[in-house]
Write a protein that binds this ligand. Sequence first.
Ligand SMILES: C[S@@+](CC[C@H](N)C(=O)[O-])C[C@H]1O[C@@H](n2cnc3c(N)ncnc32)[C@H](O)[C@@H]1O
Length: 477
Amino acid sequence: MSEQLPIEDLPIWARFNNVGLLDVKITESDGKGYGVVCQKKPSTHQDAIDKPILLSVPRALVLNHDAVREYAKEDRGFKQLLDAVGHRSARTDILLFLLVQTALTSRPQHTSVGIINPWTNYLRFLPRNVPVPTLWNGDERLLLRGTSLDVAVNAKMTALVAEFDAIQSTSSTIPCWNELLWEHRTVSLRNWIQLDALYRSRCLELPRSGESMVPCIDMINHSANPTAYYDEDDQDEVILLARPGVNLDEGQEMTISYGKSKSAAEMLFSYGFIDQASTIESLVLPIDPFDDDPLAKAKRVGFGEAPRVYLERDDSGSIIWKSPFAHLMCVNEEDGLEFRILQDTYGGQQLRIFWQDDDVTDRAKDFESILEGHPLHALFRLRAVIVVQECLQTQLEQARSYENVSEPGDVRPECVAAAQTLRTMEVRLLESGIEALEKERASLLEDETVVAYLGSMKTTEEGGDDQETDEDTEDFS
Ligand SMILES: C[S@@+](CC[C@H](N)C(=O)[O-])C[C@H]1O[C@@H](n2cnc3c(N)ncnc32)[C@H](O)[C@@H]1O
């Protein structure tokens, strides 16, 4: 990337591009990078007397999937690139656009491809370092061991490398793009990782236009008690407004909420910080089918998404958990589960999941409710409870084993602190989760269908093999 532009020059860029920095300025904010500060008590806007507009951005500057498609209509070269390596997701198309802008800022003089637009220069104002873990160094990422982000961040790094390699290998076969992007090493994997971090940490969910990057409004920081909010007005602009009842003073930092339902792990992953005042206590963990389950592969493929356990503490302090896959893991052919390969109309084959002879493939994500009407539901639930409890226990042991490990090598104190906060929050939730599951297990063991089932199993086993103990019988559940 070419040299970063000083934030003091942003008002000039804003004026050229019709961005209204009304009563606000963008400046350094203590420990949070840049921020938006109220310059004088906001004046009222003619169209909204009681809603002072603090910042307005023309729609033409909003960057989202539609904007990238529009840009491709004007720039045939970019369309060629997009057709060759894009159209995989909105995110990758937007990152591709930003990668090209990055290259254009340090364009070798003789290249002709690529059209300069307002984002080419805006990108030069954005911070090079975003504190998200994908931009932590290898030693810093080790700090995440024992947290739910360990696997997630490693998987993300692998995905970023694969995305970048695919773009490089295909686009280097197009001479003009090879010249701009690769011949002079204008962009690198580091740029791709930076752009991914910028996108994730600066994307806003606009009420009408959906996920978008909006210049200048993306300079506003988060608070659990925000003073401002953004909206889209009838003049086709994205605007920043003071929240009703908020009295802004000169010099006061404006803040918005980045969302109330994000976990600590999501906040750290997407934004690089954890605000304990606004995160919900929740956790997502991977879960693996039993090694000795002959249907393990079919269950994984048929389920159609990564098997997970979701754990959350709700507003009243109660623990809620959910894991449709754990329920699927715990039923088998003898319970009424079946997998069939069906031929589709195009001659292809499809793996379908059947439960009690009903095709439930399209409802697999809701396998917990599928089991609900069954007479042995309590027994299936008990099996799932045991599986999930074990999963939480393993994660808790891992988290604890890294609690007092001394920090490896070259690590920044802010990364140590963020990883520590995450681990502490996750340990607390895991402990509560295990306790709640223990109570549920005890109560299910008293359920009359479970008692009857376990009793019948015991009788059968005593008849067949005198060596079996009560404990073995219980484990079977
Ligand atoms: C949308 S940008 C906001 C502008 C940003 N501060 C900048 O320098 O460009 C989001 C980033 O700002 C920082 N940030 C925002 N709110 C924060 C907060 N409450 N505490 C710490 N960092 C914050 C984080 O680095 C986050 O990834």
